[in-house]
Each structure stands twice: as structure tokens, then as C-alpha cells.
Ligand binder design. Sequence first.
Ligand code: ARG
Length: 573
Amino acid sequence: MPDASSVLLQRLQAAFDLIVPGADPVLRASDRADFQSNGALALGKQLGRPPRQVADDVVAAASLGDICALVEVSGPGFINLTLSDAFVAGQVAALSADERLGVAKVESPQTVVIDYSSPNVAKEMHVGHLRSTLIGDALARILDHLGHRVLRENHIGDWGTPFGMLIEHLIDEGGSADANSFSVRDLNDFYAQARQIFDTDPSFAERCRRRVVLLQNGDAETLGLWEIFVAESLRHIKEVYEMLGVLLTDDDVVGESFYNPLLPVVVDELGAQGLLVEDEGALCVFPAGFVNRQGDPLPLIVRKSDQGYGYPATDLACIRDRTGRRGATAVVYVVGAEQALHFRLVFAVAALAGYLPDPSTAVHVGFGLVLGSDGKKLASRSGGSDRLIDLLAESVDRAKDKMSERPSELSPERQAEVAKALGLGAVKYADLSTERARDYVFDWDRMLAVEGDTGPYLQYAHARVRSIFRRGEVSPPVPGGVPGLGEPAERALAMQILGFPAAVEEAALTYSPSKLCTYLFDLASTFSTFYESCRVLVEDEAVRTARLGLADLTARVLEQGLSLLGIEAPDQM
Ligand code: ARG
């Protein structure tokens, strides 16, 4: 089902094409009318004609009679377009009859690898892993819903120098590959202890370095010890994912260790293509256009002077694997903005090496920090632990406390489930609704508030709509019924509902779940205005059915939209 704006765009495009083929109508939603087309301005300039005249020509040529009630040229040459109620009503009926609520599947689906969450093992997940996990998961859901083939990959940091340290400390503590495994609670401390010895005891540090070499060379005993850490970490990571309700499973884990055997292959391939330059014993690629502050060329270090491989080499092998073995046409990295330069370099070198063959693309979906109330990067909360699982549990507890302040008709079990949905919804929405490039302050009171742009506000809005049906003892009308749009608030709600497909597409196109959040918040606000000015359960049957239809659609869009964000929408709170 083509949505209202694309029908309009098509008609305008045809008229613009008559003047200059392919000219952009520049169509936008508008406050004055429903939409405004500003394309005549640029076109007038291009043709050296008064833009108003061009706009008049467009209006005369466009066939808009069956969809617009009013078309006006204003100002320097804007075209203001107001859809007819009949057209809007027809669009709403079509959206309502569609299970997908108007969200079409893409014509040419891509195979998209989404790299997200990617914690480093041997340390518990902390708040620093929150954004990647939530944004990545929302994108996985949205792209999947649009019909893309989504391959989730959890690029866990399960390889490299820290393991030399951990394994040596394990041996010193009398551990062995067949000893009882650790619990990760111990492992956080264990890591800190190992780190401390490493920093103060040079002979320990030296043993650690040798152990890393053993690990990289696949020494059997060393690998056995390494597996203890990885297995225990994965158990813990899984616990966090289950609590969060994200899609990631064990099957999505493709850790750094996976690429180890491929690293020499990458070096050979880069060498064969003449891309490698030796610089003080290290093998580097200097992609064109990258310079440091002093203006010197910037290298991607593929192999270090000690023959070891680091993060850049692994990411080259990784991109090669994704576009090759996994057949990805798009590779999306949901990783903090501080790694922007790393990814730009890796993508540039990957392109040179042929690891990004046409038409495949790589995108770094970066994001800002989670800050504490002191405005600094949130590492551990004042007085609290920095374990992500504790943070989530606390959110659920706080939601439970808030719920208990008011009477509830729900059973205690159901109340606990709803508290979980609210507590997690609060944390998720606070994160996802922040434009991803920006930092945000982690603030319980703000994110759990039932008023304002919060998860609980949207969840309550959804439940409130559902409650109309419970209280009125009516079932939602048959989807597809045509709503009456006599009242401005009815029409405004209808128009807002019609914006759902565009909001989902926009979120996907810009890899920004926040766009969908903004849309849903506006929908809930528009509904609340509608509900204040239009009684729903009125005598007049036609009006009642129409309003119930709009209410039901609002709830369906909220539920669908929240589910694309990984947020539950209980029917009753
Ligand atoms: N483990 C890395 C970190 O904590 C993130 C990995 C992101 N993915 C990648 N392919 N580099 O910084």
C-alpha cells in the first residue's frame, strides 16, 4: 500500500518532470497545510524564472483533484497541499486493513550483517555496553521487518593480550583446564588482581607476553585454560541478554578469536596487492586521504613490530568474512563514536583490498556516551555497582515501587511482569530516543516518569487506549472501517497514524531508532489531544465506530512501533 505522501509525491513528480525531468519536488510535512512542496524555488533559480510562476505551472499540470482538497501557491513559490478528508479516510482504512500497518517490505532486500553488543569477555558487561546492545537490537528488528536478511554478529573480544594475563594468574592460583570453572562475579575481581600484578611485577608481565604467543600459536593447554574464561563469560553475557530480551543468542557469537587463523591470509593478500609498507618493523597500509594533525600520512597497522596482530587486522579479516563467506551486501557496525577513525581507516583499506566489492557497503553507526549526573562518562554509579545486570534489576525494582503507589487490578504475578516491562522499557527508551550521536545523562527519575518523552509514558498510552475497549466492553472494530474525520482532532490523529510507515523507513535509512521514538511520542501526544476533545464511547454509532477505529489503530501502531524498538506494550497496567 503506497502511503499518502508517496502518492502525493508521485503526482507532483509527474508535474515537475514536465518542466525539468527529474526535478525534486522537495515535499515535506507542513504545519500550514498537510504538506508543502518547495521544489519550485530551486527550479525557478535554475531556469531563471520567477519561482511563483513555476509553482503555478506545477499546480496547473499536476493531477491532484482526487487527493487534495486545497492546493495553494504561497510566499516566494511554496505549494501548500491539503489532502481531502475522503482521501485521508481511504488511506486510514487501507492502513487499518493491513497487518503491517502500511509498512511495505523493500523491493530489493539486502543481506545486512549487524555487529552489535560485542562486549569484551573476562569482564562483566557494564553500562558501556548498553547503547550498542540496544541500538543494534532495534536496528536488527527494524531492518528485518522491512524485509532485509539480517545476520546478527556479536564480535566479542575473546582474544588478545588480556588473556595472557588471566591465564598466567589462573595457573599461579592453582587453576587448570579441568578445574572447576570460575563464576564471573569472581572474574571481575580476578581480572583486577591479575592486572595489578601485571602492572607491578615485570617477570609476571613477561610470562604473560609469552603466554599470549602460546595462545596465538594454538597451544592445547593454553587453549583449554582460555576456554574456561570464555565459557564462563558467555554464561554471564547470556543472562544479561535474556534479562534485556534482546535477540542475540549464542549462535550470533563470532568473536575476535574466530578471525585468528585468517590474519596471516589478510597480510598475504594485502602484500600481494602491494598495499603493505614496512614502518619501523610494523606492516602498515597508508590509505590516501588520511593524515594526522601534523599532516603526516596515517597508517592502519596490520601487523605490529613484534609480529602480533591487533584490532585493525582482526577487523579487516572480519569484513572480508562478512562480505565473502556470509554474503553481506551491507555491514553495519554499532560501536561508540570514539572508534570513528578506526572504522574509517578499516573501511578505506578494506575497499583497497577488494573486501568491499560493489555494491556492498560498510557503515559505522556511532553513538555518544551514557553520562552520570556529574556529566562524566558513567562507569560505576555512585554507591552502586557498574554491572549492567544490576542496573537493569534496579530499574525493574524502581518500576515496581512506582507501580505499588497506585491500586492495581492485576494479579501479583502479572504486576511483576508489567514492572519488568516498564523498568526495561524505561532504560531502553531513554537510550533509543536520544539521537544516537548525542550523549545522555542516565537519570532514573526522568526515564521512569509516566509523563514526558519516556518509555513508560508510551506504554501507559497504549494501555490507556486498550482500556477504552475494556471499559466500554466493546471489541475493536473490524480493521478497514472508514473513519469519519469531522473533528480537527480526528483528522490530526488520522494524519499522524498515516506517518508510521515513513517513520519506520526513516529510522532504517538513517540507522536511527530515535526517529521512530519521536514519531511514537508524537502519536501518543496527538492521541491524548484527540481523547480530550472527542468522546469515544458516544451514542451515535457511526461516530463511535469511527473513533474506536482510530483508537484501535493508535494502539496497534504504538504496539508495533514499540516492538520494533524491543519494548513490550502490556495491554493493562
Ligand atoms: N569489543 C569492542 C569494544 O569493546 C567492540 C567491537 C566492535 N566490533 C568490531 N567489529 N570492531 O570496543
